[in-house]
Ligand binder design. Structure first.
Ligand SMILES: C[S@@+](CC[C@H](N)C(=O)[O-])C[C@H]1O[C@@H](n2cnc3c(N)ncnc32)[C@H](O)[C@@H]1O
Length: 220
């Protein structure tokens, strides 16, 4: 574990017992919380379960930790990808996490004390970051359910992301389907599959997007 925040990472009640081989709740508390949020609002959460560590690590590998000045994570959830980014060597002061769900935001803030975790909507990303003095990012790592949200909101998030990334930064996004999470006909960005992760439920594809030189993200 590479830094204090990871060392201080707080498992949910029940996870410690499970690790020590003691009697633990029948269902992993993290999974239970995630599932509970999903049952309340499936489209807003977008997945039944947190990302596996294999998927989280594959996402983190897309960030050049030595070059990164600031990384923004969108949709922190219970912190699987946050944790992988920190464990891969990203300095905590270079990471900002955005999570819309109030309960999950509270959990993230408790689990990663000292990390900047904002409660807010990624459609307002530029305005959310401005009070922190942040006007640019080297990478944006997103697990937002882009394809299940209305097109207008998806466009707004991509537009705001590339306003921060410029032409040199990358947007990293996973998806469960074979199709691109940013349909080529909708966006003036170039994307490629950077990793396939079978050890996730369901298996996932990690995509990496960059803005095409001289283009701006199209808004339909
Ligand atoms: C598929 S879950 C991924 C959670 C976690 N990163 C993981 O990989 O396990 C998507 C997360 O994005 C959050 N989310 C969805 N729409 C959002 C939005 N517009 N702005 C910020 N967070 C959002 C959800 O609340 C949920 O926590």
């Amino acid at each position: 574990m590479s830094n204090g925040i990871i060392r201080d990472f707080k498992p949910l009640a029940g996870q410690d017992e499970r690790r020590r081989g003691q009697r633990a709740p029948a269902i992993d508390p993290e999974l239970a919380l995630f599932l509970g949020r999903w049952l309340k609002a499936p489209h807003r959460i977008g997945a039944l379960a947190p990302s596996s560590r294999y998927l989280a690590q594959a996402m983190a590998r897309q960030v050049d930790m030595r070059q990164a000045r600031l990384v923004v994570e969108l949709g922190g959830g219970t912190g699987s990808i946050t944790r992988a980014l920190l464990a891969a060597g990203l300095a905590p002061e270079k990471l900002v996490v955005v999570e819309r769900d109030e309960r999950l935001h509270r959990l993230l803030a408790e689990r990663f004390p000292g990390l900047r975790v904002l409660q807010g909507d990624a459609t307002q990303l530029v305005a959310l970051l401005r009070p922190l003095g942040i006007t640019g990012a080297s990478a944006i790592v997103s697990s937002l359910p882009l394809l299940s949200m209305p097109k207008r909101l998806r466009h707004r998030i991509v537009e705001q992301s590339f306003a921060l990334l410029g032409e040199r930064g990358a947007l990293v996004q996973f998806t469960y389907g074979i199709a691109s999470p940013l349909p080529a006909r909708e966006f003036a960005v170039s994307g490629r599959v950077a990793a396939r992760v079978w050890r996730n439920l369901p298996p996932a594809f990690v995509w990496r997007f960059e803005r095409k030189a001289g283009a701006i993200a199209r808004v339909a």
